[in-house]
Design a protein around this ligand. Structure first.
Ligand code: ZN
Ligand code: MN
Length: 152
């Protein structure tokens, strides 16, 4: 079995995604592991291009298409959330693939997970008031981050 390089500590998220791929008998290549590791560990919501730039350092023959294939696979397995944007600059969250709100800087495009304690309660209230069973949601806050505001 191909394994990730010895020096890395294998965190639970990565283990979890890899075992899911194994269960479904998908090939586990070192390149795939490299992509999945970035997805599982990044809290910056990387784009496919960002993942590509990182993976390319260890695997120079990697193509952007390979990155997309692995991201799409992880997404199909429910292990990556895709944040789609109308300009096509999609970003990915494999660190936390369950639905949660995002905070987006319109200038530098950084994306954060805001800490919203009331959010579960809000979801419950919407479900209760409407009679809907809530299966997914998307909530994005757009603004200018402190770093970008200081430059201006
Ligand atoms: Zn910013
Ligand atoms: Mn997120």
């Amino acid at each position: 079995m191909p394994k990730a390089t010895a020096e890395i500590e294998t965190p639970d998220r990565l283990e979890h995604i890899i075992s899911k791929l194994k269960e479904r008998e998908f090939r586990i290549t070192p390149q795939r592991i490299a992509v999945l590791k970035i997805l599982a560990e990044s809290q910056e919501h990387p784009s496919a291009e960002t993942i590509y730039e990182k993976v390319k350092k260890d695997f120079p023959t990697t193509s952007l298409a390979t990155i997309y294939k692995t991201v799409t696979l992880a997404k199909a397995l429910g292990e990556v959330m895709e944040l789609g944007f109308s300009d096509g600059s999609n970003r990915y969250d494999g660190y936390n693939p369950s639905p949660h709100p995002h905070l987006i800087c319109v200038q530098c495009k950084k994306i954060l997970d805001p800490d919203l304690k009331d959010f579960q309660e809000m979801t419950r209230k919407i479900a209760k008031d409407s009679g809907f069973e809530i299966v997914n949601h998307r909530l994005d806050f757009f603004g200018v981050c402190p770093e970008c505001r200081n430059i201006k």
